[in-house]
Design a protein around this ligand. Structure first.
Ligand SMILES: NC(=O)c1ccc[n+]([C@@H]2O[C@H](COP(=O)([O-])OP(=O)(O)OC[C@H]3O[C@@H](n4cnc5c(N)ncnc54)[C@H](O)[C@@H]3O)[C@@H](O)[C@H]2O)c1
Length: 496
């Protein structure tokens, strides 16, 4: 991947930089040498493959090295790793899961830890993004304390990105920091959330508003767990895979295009290669910029709109589906602002469509709500909204986007036609009000809204549309944290 160092400078604004203007001139400037795409056979130093078959990677990020095991029986492997490599006394694992991962894998994995001499405290929280909150983090802190978990113990996150972000956040604050290990169980967590050390909880104001950097001691996953993902959650992971491939460059993108059928069928061999490629690519980017000061921003391709969609839908739109839609939007913006070709937009659309990531119906949402959510996003500086732009696979930059340009694209995307005054009526009549955000007189950009968008002139529906809310899976309510203490079986061997 290459990136424009100018456009990755947070101090640069569209006004300052005449190359980032609405007239379509691509930014010119020195392109940084790409971190080598970390394919299995060419892994750079921050990423090592010990095994040729992609069952173990060794990552070095922010000065910390740790293994990623992609093997059967991940909890047993993790238990053996912890027992062999640390002073961790047997009996001290806090296994944090959501109600689905608890039911699917909790008992089995807990037994694997117990078999290796650990005592396991299982803490179960409700499934769904609304659980990734300050409140639930606080309840977990209390539950850990009530369960006697101490500084020398280890938190193990069993679940998708929601669980790894939440558990990681708790692991940074509880008693000023505990060890963290990850047992990722979604495709999205494997290809993205588990790698890189970002942990966070959401606040009402914005997603991931409170967070930290926390590298795990180890990651272990059995890729067969992906079989039980719902189609929606699986596709959500495919979206992050497409994002990674587009950032990585032609080789990875072509790999996905060549294996669409296998990916849709969750073919084990193709999935392993895709996961390893994605993990290696992300690890290399993060190793070069562990604290998100520059290059790492490119990983937010599709996220400016994606996070806003998650928020305005009350998190009924899963993260990956929001990102897929955000990539459709950002690619169109890239044509106008960054010299991307229309063919690139069509190519990305075609891959998303082929993977079952159809364009979302977004005309229900209010443009002002989306804009507010984007402005509150922690990645944006005061008063500006930044987008990651892609000129072609592997060539990436970021830029703040001026309000008129943004609104003109939002209108096209949301199927809102520019207000045109009606013909003068015979009798004086009251004019229809323009949509609230139509402050710009910019012409529509010559970019098609994604297929499937409504192009009629119906006004946006309010946030309480019952059809949309009915899609919610989250059931906030009953006590979200359920601690369960299991005694360790007598240790058969000394794991110390
Ligand atoms: N820290 C990072 O760098 C980073 C990167 C990307 C995304 N994220 C975060 O990750 C989160 C999204 O992650 P996600 O998509 O994994 O969501 P998730 O963790 O909410 O999981 C999605 C759903 O799948 C269920 N599930 C998990 N594993 C399963 C399995 N094997 N079989 C069946 N069901 C299973 C969960 O219970 C949940 O209902 C968001 O909060 C996002 O912000 C973080």
């Amino acid at each position: 991947m290459t990136s424009d160092s100018e456009t990755l400078d947070p101090a640069t604004s569209a006004q300052d930089d005449p190359t980032l203007n609405p007239d379509g001139a691509p930014p010119v400037g020195p392109e940084q040498p790409a971190p080598a795409p970390a394919a299995p056979d060419g892994a750079p130093a921050a990423v090592r493959h010990d095994f040729e078959d992609g069952t173990r990677l060794d990552l070095t990020i922010a000065g910390q090295s740790y293994p990623v095991f992609l093997l059967d029986k991940p909890a047993e492997i993790l238990a053996e790793f912890l027992a062999a490599s640390s002073t961790l006394a047997p009996g001290n694992i806090a296994l944090i899961c959501d109600e689905n991962t608890s039911e699917l894998f909790g008992l089995r994995y807990e037994a694997d830890f117990i078999k290796n001499g650990f005592t396991v405290v299982v803490l179960t929280v409700p499934a769904g993004e609304t659980t990734k909150s300050w409140d639930v983090a606080g309840q977990l802190v209390t539950a850990l304390s009530n369960s006697g978990v101490g500084r020398a113990d280890c938190i193990v996150a069993l679940g998708g990105g929601m669980i790894s972000d939440l558990s990681g956040f708790v692991a940074t604050v509880y008693e000023r920091g505990l060890d963290l290990c990850l047992l990722p169980t979604t495709l999205l967590a494997l290809v993205d959330a588990a790698v890189g050390g970002k942990v966070a909880v959401n606040r009402d104001e914005a997603k991931n508003l409170a967070g930290a950097f926390k590298q795990p001691r180890a990651i272990a996953a059995d890729l067969s767990v992906l079989k039980s993902l719902t189609e929606v959650e699986y596709r959500s992971g495919l979206a992050e895979l497409v994002k990674t491939a587009i950032l990585s460059g032609e080789d990875f993108l072509a790999f996905l295009e060549d294996h669409v059928d296998e990916l849709r069928a969750r073919d084990a061999v193709v999935l392993r290669e895709a996961v390893v490629r994605a993990m290696c690519f992300k690890a290399q980017i993060v190793a070069d910029d562990p604290y998100d000061k520059g290059l790492r921003a490119c990983l937010n391709y599709g996220h400016t709109i994606g996070h806003a969609l998650e928020q305005v839908s009350d998190y009924t739109i899963p993260h990956g589906l929001g990102v897929a839609e955000g990539m459709r939007f950002a690619a169109r913006l890239s044509v106008q602002l960054y010299g991307a070709s229309p063919e690139f937009v069509l190519r990305q659309d075609a891959l998303l469509d082929a993977l079952g990531l159809a364009a979302l119906e977004v005309s229900d949402y209010r443009m002002s709500d989306l804009k507010d959510a984007m402005q509150r996003d922690k990645k944006n500086g005061a008063g500006e909204i930044r987008f990651v732009l892609v000129r072609e696979p592997g060539v990436v930059g970021t830029a703040p986007v001026d309000t008129p340009v943004l609104f003109s694209h939002l209108r096209a995307w949301m199927g809102i036609k520019t207000y045109t005054p009606p013909e003068p009526p015979a009798e004086p009549e009251q004019e229809a009000a323009a949509p609230a955000d139509e402050t710009s007189t910019e012409p529509e950009p010559n970019i098609q809204a994604p297929a499937g968008k409504r192009s009629d002139e119906q006004p946006p529906v309010g946030r309480d549309d019952p059809a949309r809310l009915a899609r919610s899976k989250d059931q906030p309510g009953a006590s979200p944290v359920e601690p369960k203490q299991e005694a360790a079986a007598p240790a058969e061997q000394d794991p110390a």
